[in-house]
Design a protein around this ligand. Structure first.
Ligand SMILES: Nc1ccn([C@@H]2O[C@H](COP(=O)(O)OP(=O)(O)OP(=O)(O)O)[C@@H](O)[C@H]2O)c(=O)n1
Ligand SMILES: [Mg+2]
Length: 404
């Protein structure tokens, strides 16, 4: 058995020793069959939450009313969830009530897609009542049972379907796709935070272009923050190679750029992104708007923006223009390496040196002189060395020698 499962076996054994059923379930089993990197290993059991808590010394109650207890085993947290058949979903996002059941079959039946409804026992035997393995072999995303029911239980599942297309390159089963088209308006019930999580995974996947096309085709885009008027632009966005964009800032920056978003800050706030990302995207877009070819990159500009923002902006610009991203990144890195200082803090003189040399009290002029020196150091006019800088200032008649 693969390591992540092996490590969690102790939990399954402990539950079984006390007469309960316990299985590995969900994404980890799917990813094992897909030979993908295995993420969190989740466990489903017939034991009730309080019974789980009694059996393990270290547990965290993260939602026992919904059946989930975290068990810390050998320092690793695992979600252990009681088999459940969800009750009525009044608001299309969470069950009104959950009914704990003692049967694995009932538990698998309420899951979203057949590939996610496979259980594995402690011996590695698969329990797959809904044809999940066939779906994986045929590379299909298909709901467990009636897609309309599954999507009206939790409308986010429609976004999940399309983000799995992006991550796995699978196709949407036709009936599943039709049900998304019919039920797309239900997405309006879902919180922005949950939509953003799925949308970010979608943009990050190797098949993001295909997934973006599907967002348009299924009309789901209409219910996503500030995208309802961007149908044509989204269709255009689907024509680009998103795989070259390799950070959140790059992806959101590229999206704003391609969608011709008027106010990126308002757009990104609507998606409830952290301020850190909003600020990064703002800077990246400012650079993109003022860079027209890679010869626009001077040492001074690169120093001012820093390598990370420069690379992000060049990536956005070259993916949008269909140019060679790697080539541009390489050039930027080389130019950055040639800078005698990479940050302001590396400058060999400080404000107090300047005040002493000029024999004047501080003021805005100190910053101006420091910037003058900084430019000279960056261009190699003077070595980044205190005495050399002092000599340079004397040479330029900015100060007299005796103030040293
Ligand atoms: N809206 C949802 C979310 C989850 N699940 C079920 O809960 C499992 C675990 O959910 P989660 O960790 O959110 O998704 P994964 O499928 O594991 O995907 P990822 O690899 O991204 O974690 C899923 O496999 C699926 O069986 C579901 O039925 N409906
Ligand atoms: Mg998971």
């Amino acid at each position: 058995m693969k390591e992540p499962f092996q490590k969690a076996l102790g939990i399954i054994r402990q539950l079984k020793k006390h007469g309960y059923e316990a299985y590995f379930v969900g994404g980890a089993v799917r990813d094992l069959l897909l030979k993908r990197n295995i993420g969190d290993v989740d466990i489903a059991t017939s034991a009730l939450p309080h019974e789980v808590m009694q059996l393990f010394p270290k547990t965290i109650d993260i939602g026992s009313q919904h059946g989930t207890v975290v068990v810390i085993h050998d320092g690793i947290p695992y979600e252990v969830t009681t088999f459940r058949a969800d009750g009525n979903y009044e608001d299309h996002r969470r069950p009104e009530s959950v009914t704990f059941v003692r049967s694995l079959y009932e538990d698998l039946k309420r899951r979203d897609f057949t590939m996610n409804a496979i259980a594995m026992d402690e011996a590695g035997k698969l329990i797959d009542p809904f044809g999940g393995q066939d779906a994986i072999t045929n590379r299909m995303i298909c709901t467990v049972g009636d897609p309309k029911e599954r999507f009206s239980e939790d409308a986010l599942r429609m976004m999940r379907a399309i983000r799995f297309v992006s991550q796995l390159g699978f196709s949407l089963d036709e009936e599943t796709k039709q049900a998304i088209i019919e039920n797309a308006p239900l997405l309006a019930h879902i919180s922005v935070e949950r939509m953003t999580m799925e949308f970010e995974k979608l943009l990050e996947g190797p098949f993001a272009s295909r997934a973006l096309s599907l967002l348009v085709e299924t009309r789901l885009f209409f219910y996503l923050p500030m995208l309802c008027e961007k149908e044509n632009e989204l269709q255009t966005a689907a024509c680009y190679d998103w795989r070259k964009l390799d950070s959140r800032g790059q992806r959101w920056g590229f999206l704003c750029h391609i969608l011709r978003v008027d106010s990126p800050v308002r757009f990104l706030r609507a998606w409830k992104l952290p301020n850190r990302i909003i600020k990064e995207v703002e800077t990246v877009l400012r650079i993109v708007q003022t860079t027209h070819s890679d010869s626009d990159w001077t040492k001074e500009r690169l120093f001012a923006f820093g390598l990370e923002h420069a690379i992000a902006a060049e990536t956005v610009r070259s993916v949008a223009n269909g140019e060679n991203v790697d080539e541009r990144r390489k050039k930027l890195r080389e130019l950055f390496m040639s800078l005698p200082i990479k940050t302001k803090s590396e400058l060999a003189v400080r404000g107090h040196d300047i005040m002493k040399w000029f024999g004047k009290p501080g003021g805005p002029w100190v910053k101006e002189i420091l910037e003058l020196i900084e430019r000279a150091v960056i261009h190699g006019e003077v070595e980044n060395h205190k005495e050399r800088i002092h000599e340079w200032l004397i040479h330029r008649n900015l100060i007299r020698g005796e103030n040293c």
